[in-house]
Design a protein around this ligand. Structure first.
Ligand code: FAD
Length: 224
Protein backbone atom coordinates (compact mmCIF):
# COMPACT_ATOMS: atom_id res chain seq x y z
CA UNK A 1 0.00 0.00 0.00
CA UNK A 2 1.33 3.42 -0.87
CA UNK A 3 -0.19 6.26 1.06
CA UNK A 4 -1.48 9.06 -1.17
CA UNK A 5 -1.86 11.67 1.58
CA UNK A 6 1.13 12.96 3.52
CA UNK A 7 1.02 11.02 6.78
CA UNK A 8 2.42 12.68 9.87
CA UNK A 9 5.20 10.88 11.76
CA UNK A 10 4.82 10.68 15.53
CA UNK A 11 8.37 12.04 16.13
CA UNK A 12 11.35 13.32 14.12
CA UNK A 13 13.28 10.07 14.38
CA UNK A 14 10.37 8.06 12.99
CA UNK A 15 9.96 10.20 9.87
CA UNK A 16 10.65 8.07 6.79
CA UNK A 17 12.92 10.19 4.63
CA UNK A 18 14.06 7.75 1.93
CA UNK A 19 11.06 6.87 -0.32
CA UNK A 20 8.75 8.62 2.14
CA UNK A 21 5.73 7.88 -0.07
CA UNK A 22 5.93 4.30 1.20
CA UNK A 23 5.50 5.41 4.83
CA UNK A 24 2.55 4.86 7.13
CA UNK A 25 2.28 5.78 10.79
CA UNK A 26 -1.30 4.86 11.65
CA UNK A 27 -1.94 2.33 14.40
CA UNK A 28 -3.96 -0.05 12.21
CA UNK A 29 -1.23 -0.42 9.57
CA UNK A 30 1.48 -0.91 12.18
CA UNK A 31 -0.63 -3.43 14.12
CA UNK A 32 -1.40 -5.44 10.96
CA UNK A 33 2.31 -5.85 10.16
CA UNK A 34 3.26 -6.74 13.74
CA UNK A 35 0.41 -9.24 13.97
CA UNK A 36 1.38 -10.89 10.69
CA UNK A 37 5.01 -11.52 11.61
CA UNK A 38 6.19 -12.73 15.03
CA UNK A 39 9.88 -12.56 14.04
CA UNK A 40 11.49 -9.32 15.22
CA UNK A 41 14.98 -7.91 15.58
CA UNK A 42 15.86 -5.82 18.62
CA UNK A 43 18.72 -3.37 18.26
CA UNK A 44 20.39 -2.34 21.50
CA UNK A 45 23.77 -1.33 22.87
CA UNK A 46 26.14 -3.59 24.77
CA UNK A 47 29.16 -1.75 26.12
CA UNK A 48 28.49 1.09 23.69
CA UNK A 49 28.47 -1.15 20.60
CA UNK A 50 25.31 -2.07 18.67
CA UNK A 51 23.91 -5.60 18.87
CA UNK A 52 20.84 -6.72 16.91
CA UNK A 53 19.13 -9.77 18.36
CA UNK A 54 16.46 -11.80 16.54
CA UNK A 55 13.56 -12.83 18.73
CA UNK A 56 9.76 -13.24 18.70
CA UNK A 57 7.43 -10.33 19.34
CA UNK A 58 3.73 -10.05 20.03
CA UNK A 59 1.39 -7.12 20.41
CA UNK A 60 -1.08 -6.35 23.16
CA UNK A 61 -3.04 -3.21 22.31
CA UNK A 62 -0.66 -0.32 21.78
CA UNK A 63 2.49 -2.11 23.04
CA UNK A 64 4.85 -4.65 21.54
CA UNK A 65 6.35 -7.36 23.76
CA UNK A 66 9.26 -9.81 23.60
CA UNK A 67 10.68 -12.27 26.09
CA UNK A 68 13.76 -14.26 26.93
CA UNK A 69 15.71 -15.87 29.69
CA UNK A 70 16.22 -13.60 32.68
CA UNK A 71 19.93 -14.40 32.15
CA UNK A 72 19.89 -13.26 28.49
CA UNK A 73 22.44 -10.55 27.72
CA UNK A 74 19.94 -8.87 25.42
CA UNK A 75 17.13 -8.85 27.97
CA UNK A 76 19.44 -7.40 30.63
CA UNK A 77 21.01 -4.80 28.33
CA UNK A 78 17.69 -3.69 26.81
CA UNK A 79 15.69 -3.30 30.04
CA UNK A 80 15.27 0.40 30.74
CA UNK A 81 17.39 1.29 27.71
CA UNK A 82 16.64 2.86 24.33
CA UNK A 83 16.09 0.15 21.72
CA UNK A 84 14.92 -0.13 18.14
CA UNK A 85 12.69 -3.10 17.24
CA UNK A 86 12.01 -4.03 13.64
CA UNK A 87 9.60 -6.48 12.02
CA UNK A 88 9.74 -7.38 8.32
CA UNK A 89 7.48 -9.34 5.99
CA UNK A 90 9.08 -10.06 2.61
CA UNK A 91 6.40 -10.19 -0.09
CA UNK A 92 8.46 -10.56 -3.24
CA UNK A 93 11.50 -9.78 -5.35
CA UNK A 94 11.15 -7.07 -7.96
CA UNK A 95 13.13 -7.59 -11.17
CA UNK A 96 13.62 -4.46 -13.24
CA UNK A 97 15.37 -3.77 -16.55
CA UNK A 98 18.46 -2.40 -14.79
CA UNK A 99 20.29 -3.62 -11.71
CA UNK A 100 19.71 -0.29 -10.00
CA UNK A 101 15.91 -0.57 -10.15
CA UNK A 102 15.74 -4.05 -8.66
CA UNK A 103 14.08 -4.05 -5.27
CA UNK A 104 12.09 -6.02 -2.72
CA UNK A 105 8.39 -5.79 -1.92
CA UNK A 106 7.88 -5.74 1.81
CA UNK A 107 5.94 -4.54 4.82
CA UNK A 108 8.15 -3.43 7.70
CA UNK A 109 7.86 -1.64 11.02
CA UNK A 110 10.43 0.15 13.15
CA UNK A 111 9.66 1.01 16.77
CA UNK A 112 11.85 3.25 18.94
CA UNK A 113 11.64 3.71 22.67
CA UNK A 114 12.72 2.72 26.13
CA UNK A 115 12.17 -0.97 26.80
CA UNK A 116 10.16 -1.50 29.95
CA UNK A 117 10.31 -4.72 31.98
CA UNK A 118 7.03 -6.48 32.77
CA UNK A 119 7.12 -7.18 36.50
CA UNK A 120 4.98 -9.24 38.83
CA UNK A 121 4.04 -12.88 38.32
CA UNK A 122 0.47 -12.11 37.29
CA UNK A 123 1.39 -9.54 34.66
CA UNK A 124 4.16 -11.75 33.29
CA UNK A 125 1.89 -14.76 33.02
CA UNK A 126 -0.82 -12.69 31.31
CA UNK A 127 1.70 -11.42 28.75
CA UNK A 128 2.99 -14.93 28.03
CA UNK A 129 -0.54 -16.28 27.74
CA UNK A 130 -1.33 -13.53 25.21
CA UNK A 131 1.68 -14.57 23.14
CA UNK A 132 0.66 -18.25 23.13
CA UNK A 133 -2.96 -17.48 22.39
CA UNK A 134 -2.03 -15.27 19.45
CA UNK A 135 0.16 -17.98 17.96
CA UNK A 136 -2.05 -20.99 18.85
CA UNK A 137 -5.52 -19.92 20.04
CA UNK A 138 -6.83 -22.23 22.76
CA UNK A 139 -3.50 -23.92 23.53
CA UNK A 140 -2.65 -22.15 26.79
CA UNK A 141 -5.45 -23.83 28.77
CA UNK A 142 -4.27 -27.27 27.63
CA UNK A 143 -0.67 -26.77 28.81
CA UNK A 144 0.97 -27.85 32.05
CA UNK A 145 0.70 -24.63 34.12
CA UNK A 146 3.83 -22.50 34.50
CA UNK A 147 5.71 -22.82 37.75
CA UNK A 148 6.76 -19.84 39.85
CA UNK A 149 10.36 -20.72 39.05
CA UNK A 150 9.70 -20.71 35.28
CA UNK A 151 8.05 -17.31 35.53
CA UNK A 152 10.97 -15.97 37.54
CA UNK A 153 13.44 -17.26 34.97
CA UNK A 154 11.55 -15.52 32.13
CA UNK A 155 12.09 -11.83 31.46
CA UNK A 156 9.58 -9.87 29.39
CA UNK A 157 10.15 -6.44 27.87
CA UNK A 158 7.75 -4.13 26.09
CA UNK A 159 7.73 -0.92 24.10
CA UNK A 160 4.87 1.49 23.52
CA UNK A 161 3.92 1.88 19.87
CA UNK A 162 4.02 5.66 20.22
CA UNK A 163 7.18 6.05 18.13
CA UNK A 164 6.63 3.64 15.28
CA UNK A 165 6.78 3.81 11.51
CA UNK A 166 5.77 1.41 8.78
CA UNK A 167 7.22 1.26 5.29
CA UNK A 168 5.44 -0.69 2.58
CA UNK A 169 6.77 -1.51 -0.86
CA UNK A 170 4.42 -3.24 -3.30
CA UNK A 171 3.85 -3.61 -7.00
CA UNK A 172 5.82 -4.03 -10.23
CA UNK A 173 9.20 -2.53 -11.09
CA UNK A 174 9.21 1.18 -11.83
CA UNK A 175 11.72 1.43 -14.66
CA UNK A 176 12.21 4.83 -16.30
CA UNK A 177 10.47 5.04 -19.71
CA UNK A 178 13.76 4.81 -21.64
CA UNK A 179 14.44 1.37 -20.07
CA UNK A 180 11.00 -0.20 -20.58
CA UNK A 181 11.86 -1.52 -24.07
CA UNK A 182 15.03 -3.26 -22.88
CA UNK A 183 14.80 -6.96 -23.91
CA UNK A 184 14.91 -8.69 -20.53
CA UNK A 185 12.17 -10.24 -18.36
CA UNK A 186 10.82 -7.83 -15.74
CA UNK A 187 8.21 -8.21 -13.04
CA UNK A 188 7.63 -9.45 -9.53
CA UNK A 189 8.42 -12.81 -8.00
CA UNK A 190 5.87 -12.97 -5.17
CA UNK A 191 7.07 -14.74 -2.04
CA UNK A 192 5.48 -16.25 1.08
CA UNK A 193 6.72 -18.56 3.81
CA UNK A 194 5.05 -21.96 3.60
CA UNK A 195 3.86 -23.61 6.81
CA UNK A 196 4.34 -27.35 6.33
CA UNK A 197 2.25 -30.21 7.78
CA UNK A 198 2.86 -30.77 11.51
CA UNK A 199 5.18 -33.58 12.64
CA UNK A 200 4.11 -35.18 15.92
CA UNK A 201 6.66 -35.64 18.70
CA UNK A 202 8.01 -39.20 18.57
CA UNK A 203 6.91 -39.76 22.17
CA UNK A 204 3.37 -38.38 21.67
CA UNK A 205 0.64 -40.60 23.10
CA UNK A 206 -1.33 -42.23 20.22
CA UNK A 207 -4.64 -40.80 21.42
CA UNK A 208 -3.21 -37.27 20.92
CA UNK A 209 -2.06 -37.89 17.34
CA UNK A 210 -4.69 -35.65 15.66
CA UNK A 211 -3.16 -32.18 15.15
CA UNK A 212 -5.18 -29.46 16.91
CA UNK A 213 -7.15 -27.14 14.56
CA UNK A 214 -5.04 -24.08 15.41
CA UNK A 215 -2.12 -25.67 13.55
CA UNK A 216 -3.90 -25.52 10.20
CA UNK A 217 -4.83 -21.88 10.91
CA UNK A 218 -1.21 -20.90 11.65
CA UNK A 219 0.20 -18.26 9.26
CA UNK A 220 3.62 -16.62 9.05
CA UNK A 221 3.99 -13.26 7.35
CA UNK A 222 0.76 -13.31 5.36
CA UNK A 223 -1.36 -10.19 4.95
CA UNK A 224 -4.33 -10.24 7.36
C1 FAD B 1 13.27 -6.72 3.03
C2 FAD B 1 13.84 -5.34 2.87
C3 FAD B 1 14.88 -5.14 1.97
C4 FAD B 1 15.41 -3.87 1.80
N1 FAD B 1 16.47 -3.72 0.95
C5 FAD B 1 17.07 -2.53 0.89
C6 FAD B 1 18.28 -2.37 0.13
O1 FAD B 1 18.80 -3.31 -0.46
N2 FAD B 1 18.85 -1.15 0.11
C7 FAD B 1 18.32 -0.09 0.78
O2 FAD B 1 18.89 1.01 0.76
N3 FAD B 1 17.18 -0.21 1.51
C8 FAD B 1 16.57 -1.40 1.58
N4 FAD B 1 15.43 -1.53 2.33
C9 FAD B 1 14.85 -0.31 2.92
C10 FAD B 1 15.52 0.03 4.25
O3 FAD B 1 14.82 -0.65 5.28
C11 FAD B 1 15.50 1.53 4.54
O4 FAD B 1 14.18 2.01 4.52
C12 FAD B 1 16.35 2.31 3.55
O5 FAD B 1 17.66 1.77 3.43
C13 FAD B 1 16.45 3.77 3.95
O6 FAD B 1 17.25 3.85 5.11
P1 FAD B 1 17.54 5.27 5.77
O7 FAD B 1 18.34 5.03 7.00
O8 FAD B 1 18.02 6.21 4.74
O9 FAD B 1 16.03 5.65 6.18
P2 FAD B 1 15.40 6.98 6.63
O10 FAD B 1 14.24 7.23 5.74
O11 FAD B 1 16.40 8.07 6.84
O12 FAD B 1 14.86 6.53 8.06
C14 FAD B 1 14.23 7.44 8.92
C15 FAD B 1 13.17 6.75 9.70
O13 FAD B 1 12.25 6.16 8.79
C16 FAD B 1 11.75 4.95 9.33
N5 FAD B 1 12.11 3.81 8.45
C17 FAD B 1 13.15 3.72 7.59
N6 FAD B 1 13.15 2.53 6.97
C18 FAD B 1 12.09 1.85 7.45
C19 FAD B 1 11.57 0.57 7.20
N7 FAD B 1 12.13 -0.29 6.29
N8 FAD B 1 10.47 0.20 7.87
C20 FAD B 1 9.86 1.01 8.77
N9 FAD B 1 10.31 2.25 9.05
C21 FAD B 1 11.42 2.67 8.39
C22 FAD B 1 12.37 4.80 10.70
O14 FAD B 1 11.52 5.36 11.68
C23 FAD B 1 13.65 5.59 10.55
O15 FAD B 1 14.16 6.01 11.78
C24 FAD B 1 14.87 -2.79 2.52
C25 FAD B 1 13.81 -2.98 3.41
C26 FAD B 1 13.31 -4.25 3.59
C27 FAD B 1 12.20 -4.42 4.58
Amino acid sequence: MTTSQSPKPPSPRTRVRRLHEKAAYDAATIAAILDAMPLAHVGHLVGGAPVVTPTLQWRIGARVFWHGSAASRMMKAAAGAQVCLTVTCVDGMVLARSGLEHSVNYRSVMVFGEAEAVTGAEAKEAALKAMMEQLFPGRWAALRPMTAQELKATAILSLPLTEASAKIAAGPPTDPPEDVGWPVWAGELPMATAVLPPVAAPDLAPDLADPPPYLSAFRWGERR
